[in-house]
Design a protein around this ligand. Structure first.
Ligand code: GLV
Ligand code: MN
Ligand code: MN
Length: 435
């Protein structure tokens, strides 16, 4: 005789089946079958496919979809209004990225809505699931593009003039995808609609794996930024040009790469030159130009700025020694983000009341939640990543941990949808608006 299964087990199995189904729908989108990595870049055909997927999932649930001035998609449960509970993440990826960074937050949000509705919840305020445009900055170079535009953290004209590697501007890419670029920029109306924002994300480290729990609450995002180093030399023949006659930009660049590592060690920071463009990129040609992008992060904001200044000096000296011109531009800098303490406390206490232990952890990864935190009460949940690997095809989270994440998000949203938001209104949104 089969043992009777508890209601909770049946519910969990149902959630696991739903997760597997929705996750499976996304698995092939933008995936390179050879590496298994994802190329999901904003406003490309792959991205438009993901945006259609988002609309289809929302529509299937009877959620109303809106696209804001900056192209971010919103799926509303309840009539759109100020002071809503907002959750979600992004669907784009780094080049050759993993499946979880971004999509896990969007999928979990949709499944949490299903769970709340199935439980018969009568929300006190609307909920929106959001898909932010180009969180990774993989196409136009600026991370958290959609949320930076929305909060006015980047000038709209500057953002629209950014170009991808083919020289296509953001303005043209948006237009070609059917989104009018004229209205891009600070969107106070969209911001007013966010009473609180909670982003669920795969952990991009091993903090949770080193403990026992599958879900954690974020405390802070460490300061981080991107700098463009442009070395301009003189292209010439690789065989016939004497070494003394060369102005090879690759050489000072190589010195900068070594110095970045050494300075990071000294400053207890991390630095990465992960993207390089070489012109003309021929085996038998001395390059005329090397463009390289530095990513620098660490616990100490002043320390990072000093590190980059020191690196610039080393690179300038090396460039001068080779008769090469160097220009360094700061593309973005995000100071430390402390997530809203009262909202994070509230997440921990609603999880605790549901017997979900959730440790608190900081991260060195950037998120749209970090940008929004300047304007609205914001918090994050992390889901365990057994290896900590991220921004790689090997990024992983076990499906059962993902289901734990959906359950945790459901608990948190239930509380935020049914109890007063006043205690979490200490940043940006006045108490009345947050109701
Ligand atoms: C985004 O994931 C970043 O940390 O760069
Ligand atoms: Mn990422
Ligand atoms: Mn992400």
């Amino acid at each position: 005789m089969a043992l009777a299964r508890s209601g909770a087990t049946v519910e969990r199995d149902r959630l696991r089946a739903s997760f597997d189904g929705v996750w499976g729908d996304l698995a092939g989108v933008g995936r390179d079958p050879r590496s298994g990595g994802y190329d999901r870049f904003s406003w490309t055909g792959v991205d438009l496919g993901l945006r259609e997927w988002f609309v289809a999932e929302a529509t299937r649930r009877g959620l109303e979809v809106e696209v804001d001035r900056n192209g971010n998609q919103w799926a509303w449960w309840g009539a759109p209004a100020d002071g809503a509970v907002v959750t979600g993440s992004h669907l784009d990826s780094v080049p050759g990225g993993g499946a979880f960074d971004g999509p896990l937050g969007v999928v979990s949000a949709l499944l949490a809505v299903d769970a709340l509705r199935a439980s018969g919840l009568a929300p006190e305020r609307p909920l929106a699931v959001v898909n932010f445009v180009e969180e990774e900055g993989a196409r136009f170079g600026l991370a958290c593009l959609g949320s930076r535009l929305m909060t006015g953290a980047v000038d709209a004209g500057h953002a629209l003039s950014l170009t991808d590697d083919d020289g296509t501007s953001l303005a043209d890419a948006m237009s070609a995808a059917g989104h009018a670029p004229e209205h891009v920029g600070l969107d106070e109306a969209a911001l007013a609609r966010i009473g609180v924002f909670v982003e669920l994300h795969v952990e991009q480290g091993v903090h949770l794996t080193l403990g026992e729990e599958s879900v954690g609450v974020a405390s802070a995002i460490l300061p981080h930024g991107r700098w463009h180093f442009c070395f301009e030399g003189e292209g010439n023949h690789a065989g016939t040009t004497r070494l003394v006659d060369r102005h090879d930009p690759m050489l000072p660049f190589a010195e900068a790469v070594g110095a970045a590592r050494r300075l990071a060690d000294e400053a207890q920071a991390v630095t990465t030159f992960g993207r390089v463009r070489v012109d003309p990129n021929g085996t038998n040609a001395i390059p005329s130009r090397v463009d390289a992008w530095l990513d620098a992060r660490g616990a100490d904001e002043v320390g990072i700025v000093r590190l980059v200044d020191d690196l610039r000096r080393v690179a300038e000296e090396a460039a001068a020694g080779h008769g090469v011109r160097l220009t360094v531009t700061n593309d973005s800098f995000t100071p430390v983000v402390e997530f809203d303490a009262s909202l994070s406390d509230r997440l921990r206490s609603s999880l605790g009341a549901a017997s979900i232990a959730a440790p608190t952890l900081p991260t060195a990864a950037g998120h749209d939640a970090g940008i929004l935190a300047a304007r609205v009460p914001t918090a994050m949940l992390f889901v365990r990543n057994p290896t900590g690997i991220s921004h790689s095809p090997h990024e992983h989270a076990d499906a059962s941990d993902c289901v734990d994440g959906v359950e945790a998000l459901t608990v948190v949203l239930r509380d935020l949808l049914t109890e007063s938001l006043e205690v979490v209104s200490d940043r940006g949104v006045p108490a009345e608006a947050a109701r």
